[in-house]
Design a binder for this molecule. Structure first.
Ligand SMILES: Cc1cc2nc3c(=O)[nH]c(=O)nc-3n(C[C@H](O)[C@H](O)[C@H](O)COP(=O)(O)O)c2cc1C
Length: 403
């Protein structure tokens, strides 16, 4: 722990801090020692602060990183400040309902667990902890190609069908094999991630890896990627730079799963995806880990909702840390909202119990916002409940994360 403190002190004095603390409130560095029980954690930012103390720095760097100067990562948070909620009064909000059905997948909450790879790096509970938490709280889960746990085991832990996220690899026969395995396991939808066709520059991750020179091979034991097992990956990339829109039709030839396209940021691409047969659109910039200096995803949403025009459901992720953030996306036309890092912070801080706490916190905040705005059901949350100021409200200097 003393070593850890030294490391955190180093970071506090380092120019790295601006990248490193992109989301964090100012929290005492020993918060993880003071808060022993997840029920004491007050919000997602505090969970992040605890996770930062508990996850090994190099792994934390991978979880926290954006690309280049982390500007898209920050835009995801800053974008929410453009939109304000317009609450209505004297509506009976004594009965609330947050249940959703997206492409036949039912959930108690519109907050989906995004595909996040290698969860064994954050806690030994790994994807099974996330799946059990999702089951306990009634959330829908999407599993990464890079999962450290097999799709079959995760479905058993979730006790319901999940969605599979696909990195198609540069070998089409591997793609077919993964699709067939996911479908046989019980996945109902495949989300093809299309936002990383040409590599990326994850500097925050590299900085922290450089500072963490311990031999952590023990962390990596058992970190095989079951979805890629049995494939000779020598010279094979996870992402193909040759993919074009006909990939949707090619996937539909070999699977009966719904096909959702993950990584759309522009309305014209959403229209192309629907035109080529996509069953759903996932608005995402990979949590600021793909193209640098993009818009926040919440800012991309209106253009995409307009282009899709209700033909298929829309999921959006990127920087969602508050119930109000989720409410805004629902009001603007999303059917569901994905969270990536927040539940992994919970996982890193307390394992499954931490994921459950993150889901509880966000559901509670969403419910408070729904009641406070006079919208007791998701169907009642429409475009009239949110307004675009047209500019991002500058971040304050009060020592709190104002977003
Ligand atoms: C550590 C990490 C690993 C990720 N792994 C994947 C992945 O394997 N496949 C994928 O489609 N997206 C992946 N993502 C992106 C998430 O699915 C999601 O788009 C993003 O995390 C949402 O932003 P948020 O973290 O701000 O909530 C990953 C994100 C993080 C932070």
């Amino acid at each position: 722990m003393a070593q850890r403190r030294e490391f955190l002190k180093f970071l506090a004095a380092s120019p790295l801090l601006t990248n490193y603390s992109a989301f964090a409130q100012e929290v005492e560095e020993t918060i993880g020692e003071r808060i022993k029980d997840p029920s004491e954690v007050i919000n997602v930012f505090e969970m992040e602060a605890i996770a930062r103390e508990k996850i090994p720095p190099a792994h934390l760097g991978y979880l926290a990183t954006g690309v280049d100067s982390d500007l898209t990562l920050r835009a995801n948070r800053a974008g929410f400040s453009r939109f304000q909620i317009r609450p209505r009064r004297l509506v009976d909000v004594s009965q609330t309902d947050t249940s959703v059905n997206v492409l036949g997948s039912e959930a108690k909450s519109p907050i989906f667990l995004c595909p996040v790879g290698s969860q064994g790096a954050y806690h030994a509970d790994a994807e099974l902890g996330s799946a059990r938490a999702a089951a306990a709280k009634g959330h829908h889960m999407v599993l990464s190609t890079q999962s450290s746990t097999s799709v079959e085991d995760v479905i058993e832990a979730r006790d319901a069908p999940i969605w599979h996220q696909l990195y198609p690899t540069t070998r089409w026969e591997f793609t077919i094999a993964m699709l067939q395995r996911a479908e046989a396991a019980g996945c109902t939808t495949v989300c093809l991630t299309i936002d990383l066709p040409g590599g990326r520059n994850t500097e925050t991750s590299q900085f922290l890896t450089r500072e963490d020179n311990r031999n952590c091979s023990s962390c990596h034991q058992g970190q095989a990627k079951p979805m890629l097992e049995g494939f000779n990956m020598q010279g094979v990339g996870l992402n193909s730079s040759q993919l074009t829109w006909n990939v949707i039709g090619r996937m539909k030839e070999v699977t009966n799963m719904n096909v959702v396209i993950k990584g759309i940021e522009v309305g014209a691409d959403a229209a192309l995806a629907v035109q080529h047969g996509a069953d759903g659109i996932w608005v995402s910039n990979h949590g600021g880990r793909a193209t640098e200096t993009g818009l926040g995803t919440i800012e991309c949403l209106p253009d995409i909702v307009n282009a899709v025009n209700g033909r298929v459901p829309i999921v959006v992720d990127g920087g969602f840390r508050r119930g109000t953030d989720i409410y805004k996306a629902l009001a603007m036309g999303a059917s569901a909202v994905g969270i990536g890092r927040p539940y992994c912070f919970g996982l890193g801080a307390f394992g499954q119990a931490g994921v459950e706490r993150v889901l509880d916190l966000l559901n509670r905040e969403l419910l408070i916002t729904m009641r406070g705005s006079g919208t007791p059901t998701l169907a009642s949350i429409g475009p009239d409940y949110v307004q675009d100021a047209g500019y991002r409200v500058p971040r304050g200097k009060l020592g709190l994360d104002l977003y």
